[in-house]
Design a protein around this ligand. Structure first.
Ligand code: ADP
Length: 493
């Protein structure tokens, strides 16, 4: 199959979050299964042009009733080569993408011209295919910045007829986080070059604004999100970010496929960032990692104390209010009342960073590092006994899957991808791979950590068995890629 990924991010070229990892990893996994996969991205300044090759000539992209011209660069996606190479194409346009920042910069977090930047990008996708003489069977768009590609396909390209270039191309749109939709003044709509009839029939309309993601959701042949449970939850008002109605309307065309993890990078058997690799057959390296972790955080080196780790963005989505909120968060009483060690690596909202600093100076068994540190995040996954993720919502979540792979038992809220990946402990039978709670309240977090700590001290054989069970779980991208192929095959343009 010929598959074109259209996205605003892909590692290692441009990344602000998990979207970038997913786009590249999925592309590589599909290519390994024998498919012809290509990726198209804007060329921001963060993509080093010296490492790219320029295609001859330029693209003329019809937007806003006129035409914009763009150069195109290309490179192979690292991690692929030869017959299985995934070609990445970069759309260059100095006015739109010639700047630092993908969506914004600190002084302007959402660039004012973002609607026009991404309209232009989505329109350029088709001109690129024409230029390279390669028409995909599936156009797979990711998140709101690429969401207009399926709209252009349905309302501009396909009406040209079955025998026109894109007459047989199907489309898929993946939602990585429903919280970001691309909602802008409809004054920008003229830039698409499409009529006002399409504004309404394609579903752009959103309380007199223009909603990119919503139009994509109405127009793509199939849509999906990054876990089956998040696909169910987002059909409900509480999780739907006002698009639950649109998602219900799509019925069975809307499904969930769990993201995979990079098992080359996140693998206790060959992790370069931990003192000694380990596996289910020989767990001694995990004890070594725990010792190194306790030292790194300045906690007493004590194998008998349960260590609970966290690596997280410090934002409300991650449940940090219920843990660290002034006066109501339960982190203080958890550390005061229980024989455990709690440690955290994270950055985010200033109030939360301040609370955490204050708490760690008052408590002997809570230590935190404020910052972003890839290497340390590996040591936390390996060296902790438990990993805490009390998320408010979680489209998929990667950290709990890393934890399971490292035999570190997740303590998670029953939401999104967390619910799909962690099985709750059954203290009668010893079944499960972690500890799961329903309500996002300081009390529920307190009680569930208390339960895990109780099991640590009183049901050690269960904890050891759960670890081995967790390490057997398969979160490879190959498994997910096969599910995407099923969707691609079900698309009937
Ligand atoms: P989200 O994408 O919503 O932040 P995920 O669990 O899906 O949550 O992925 C977060 C990724 O970012 C993980 O790979 C995690 O290890 C990493 N991460 C988050 N904060 C930090 C940090 N402060 N230092 C190192 N890695 C971090």
């Amino acid at each position: 199959m010929k598959i074109l990924m259209a996205a605003s991010e892909a590692v290692p070229f441009a990344k602000t979050g998990g979207l970038a990892d997913a786009v590249s990893a999925l592309s590589l996994a599909l290519a390994r299964l024998g498919h012809d996969v290509r990726v198209v991205l804007p060329r921001y300044y963060c993509v080093d042009r010296d490492k790219l090759a320029r295609l001859e000539g330029e693209l003329g992209v019809p937007v806003g009733g006129g035409e914009e011209w763009s150069a195109v660069y290309t490179a192979d996606l690292p991690g692929s080569s030869g017959k299985q190479a995934v070609k990445a194409y970069f759309i260059e346009h100095e006015k739109f993408f010639g700047r630092d920042g993908i969506y914004g910069i600190p002084s302007e977090p959402d660039f004012l011209d973002n609607p026009r930047r991404f309209i232009f990008f989505c329109r350029a996708v088709f001109q690129l295919c024409r230029k390279i003489g390669w028409i995909p069977d599936i156009l797979h768009a990711h998140d709101w910045p690429a969401a207009l590609a399926p709209v252009f396909l349905k309302f501009w390209e396909r009406p040209l007829g079955q025998n026109a270039e894109f007459g047989k191309t199907g489309s898929v749109l993946t939602i990585h986080n429903l919280g970001y939709q691309g909602i802008y003044s409809k004054d920008n709509y003229y830039y698409t070059g499409m009529g006002w009839d399409v504004f309404y029939s394609a579903g752009f309309e959103d309380w007199d604004m223009m909603n990119f993601l919503k139009a994509g959701l109405y127009s793509a042949d199939k849509i999906n999100t990054v876990s089956p449970n998040y696909a169910r939850e987002t059909r409900m008002g509480a999780y739907g970010f006002r698009l639950d109605g649109a998602l219900r309307y799509r019925g069975d065309d809307y499904t969930g496929i769990l993201n995979g993890i990079d098992t080359g990078l996140w693998n206790p058997r060959k992790d370069k960032f931990i003192p000694r690799p380990y596996s289910a057959a020989d767990m001694s390296g995990k004890a070594k990692a725990k010792e190194a972790l306790q030292k790194e955080f300045g906690l007493p080196v004590d194998p008998s104390a349960p260590v609970i780790g966290m690596v997280t963005r410090l934002t409300e989505q991650k449940g940090v209010g219920e843990l660290f909120g002034p006066a109501y968060g339960s982190a203080f009483s958890i550390c005061r009342d229980m024989k455990l060690q709690l440690l955290l690596l994270g950055t985010g909202e200033a109030w939360c960073e301040n609370e955490i600093k204050g708490l760690s100076s008052r408590l002997g068994n809570f230590k935190a590092k404020i910052g972003y540190d890839e290497k340390l995040s590996h040591l936390i996954e390996a060296g902790s006994d438990f990993f805490l993720m009390p998320s408010r919502y979680e489209p998929c979540g990667l950290n709990q899957m890393y934890s399971l792979a490292y035999g570190t038992l997740p303590i998670v809220r029953n939401t999104g991808g967390l619910a799909d990946t962690v099985e709750n402990f059954d203290q009668e039978t010893g079944a499960g791979t972690g500890f799961v709670f329903d309500d996002l309240t300081p009390n529920a977090i307190y009680n569930t950590i208390g339960w895990a700590v109780w099991a640590w001290y009183n049901r050690r054989e269960h904890i050891e068995a759960m670890r081995l069970r967790a390490m057997e779980r398969d979160f490879s991208w190959e498994k997910s890629a096969r599910k995407y192929l099923e969707i691609y095959e079900s698309v009937k343009p």
